[in-house]
Design a protein around this ligand. Sequence first.
Ligand SMILES: *Cc1c(COP(=O)(O)O)cnc(C)c1O
Length: 243
Amino acid sequence: MSTPGCTGIADGLTRVREQIAAACARSGRAPEDVRLIAACKTFGDDAVRSAIACGQLAFGENYVQEAKAKWPALKADHPGTELHLIGPLQSNKAREAVALFDVIHSLDRPSLAKALSRQCDAQERRPAMFVQVNTGAEPQKSGVLPQEADAFIASCRDVHGLNITGLMCIPPAGEPSEPHFGHLAKIAARNGLTGLSMGMSGDYGAAIEHGATCVRVGSAIFGNRTYPAPPSDGPRPVTAPAQ
Ligand SMILES: *Cc1c(COP(=O)(O)O)cnc(C)c1O
């Protein structure tokens, strides 16, 4: 795993926080209504510790295996940190995901809802969850289709008793993100959901202008990733942004 310099991370965080404040000012929103999630996949725990030293508390991981290797020690040292799963989740990893994560952003199919619900009951833990919507209807991408979102959200709540707090999307690469952010916000509003997990390094300012409550920012904080070989919990998801 790469370990970028501490100063680089401090500078990255400062710049991103300034951009978040600027986007909030442009859209008349309060900066404390936008949560910055530092997406730290592929970066080692030195990098995470540097970010924590700069006051960053919320972190996003993509792979259960990687999070399991990094986070028990980090959480023990920094109980105030908050861990978000932002990558696709296999149903057979639901037990570990419920045990490890405070928030899951990639709830996207009935079989996973069922597996997570069973684990929430068994572990008496209720991580907050975002339903991922495939706003671009891309065949290779995770997420429920927009036209299936209302029914899926209802069944996550009413049938599976999950703690659904909002919606998440990853707009298609190479197109403007704004229509996707607007669409996600509309689906959330009509389902009475206030959480919107949208915006990455290239577009978090625009996401905030469209109402994002969580932005997931990696490379703008930690620098460019050099992707390692696929981790042991599955192939590298096609949803990983190639920017
Ligand atoms: C890696 C990742 C991010 C962060 O991407 P950057 O472009 O590095 O900011 C955000 N969301 C998801 C789902 C990711 O996999």
